[in-house]
Design a protein around this ligand. Structure first.
Ligand code: ING
Length: 309
């Protein structure tokens, strides 16, 4: 069996004023914990270096730049790259990316996959941006990613690493079946993703704010990742930024899910917490050859509507 021991390194809250250096210290502490568990790959959350700033509406959109990285690695995160390389551990890191493309400034909600040798194997930019672009007079919205980030323009790439085929996604991406399918069609055997997800979802019904039943946020979090794993014969590692962050309660529930859809490891706190599991990448082969034999059982001539509208 092709075993990869994977750690999910869930983060507790990051305060607005918390320095990147202080956050990197927390990431290093979890790296060492994962190392003590024998992990070869550590998955950190989405936007793991700063507070989740898209919870706010900045009148000047460029105020978002302060929460983004202009290079990767950079002096703030270099200690993480160096220590991971020294320990021979690879990692997934989510962060806000500030870059120049096509002659203009762009921000992306980005993740990288770093190999055991400290090199960046691949990069992904979040495709499914939730939330709003402009302020919400009803006060229901808690997410303004469309205001600050561009839609990811790198597609859904997969990368040969850790003795298998690895894929990356970010937060809202996990709610869309296309995310997993796009990567499993390329042979992805393990999809890693970080998330920052509020525990309370409010919507307007008439002119009243209605709160979604509390159990649904946790139920939906695992539902979409377990379905994605099972329907696409891959491992899914979902890692939260959790806890009360700048007045907003983020859910925990970080987990490692097998290609069967079983949750094999799950965080139990909403703080910095490391969970670990041995992921047998060959576990996906049985279903890929039977129930989910894509070549034999999928009828793509019938699916055109999925990309046609
Ligand atoms: N956050 C949330 C997520 O998709 C959300 C937004 C919450 C959408 C609850 C639907 C329901 O998990 C991010 N950052 O995508």
């Amino acid at each position: 069996p092709r075993l990869v021991r994977v750690a999910a390194a869930q983060l507790g809250p990051i305060a607005r004023e918390e320095s990147r250096a202080a956050v990197v210290e927390r990431l290093l502490a979890m790296l060492h914990k994962a190392h003590s568990f024998g992990a070869q790959l550590v998955v950190y959350p989405e936007m793991a270096l700063t507070t989740f700033f898209p919870r706010w509406v900045f009148d000047d959109v460029d105020d978002a730049d302060a929460f983004c990285e202009t290079s990767m690695p950079n002096p703030d995160v270099q200690p993480l790259f160096d220590e991971a390389k020294r320990l021979g551990i690879g990692f997934y890191l989510g962060y806000g990316e500030l870059t120049q493309e096509e002659g203009r400034k762009k921000r992306f909600n980005t993740s990288i996959l770093v190999g055991a040798d400290g090199s960046i194997i691949g990069k992904y930019r979040k495709v499914h941006l939730p939330g709003r672009k402009d302020a919400d007079p009803t006060g229901c919205a808690g997410n303004f990613e469309k205001r600050y980030y561009e839609v990811g323009n790198l597609g859904f790439p997969v990368f040969r690493a850790f003795d298998g085929v690895m894929g990356m996604a970010i937060c809202n991406d996990r709610r869309w079946p296309e995310t997993y399918r796009a990567m499993s069609l390329q042979g992805a055997e393990l999809i890693m993703l970080g998330y920052n997800t509020g525990t309370v979802k409010r919507t307007m019904v008439g002119n009243a704010q209605v709160q979604e039943p509390a159990h649904l946020s946790s139920f939906h979090n695992h539902l979409v990742m377990q379905a994605g794993a099972y329907q696409n014969c891959c491992w899914v590692v979902g890692v939260a930024k959790a806890g009360m962050e700048e007045g907003v309660e983020f859910m925990g529930g970080s987990c490692i899910i097998a290609p069967t859809g079983d949750i094999v490891a799950q965080a139990v706190t909403t703080a910095d917490e490391v969970i670990v599991a041995d992921c047998d990448l060959d576990l996906s082969l049985h279903n890929r050859r039977t129930t989910f034999n894509f070549e034999v059982n999928r009828q793509i001539q019938t699916y055109g509507i999925i990309t046609a509208q």
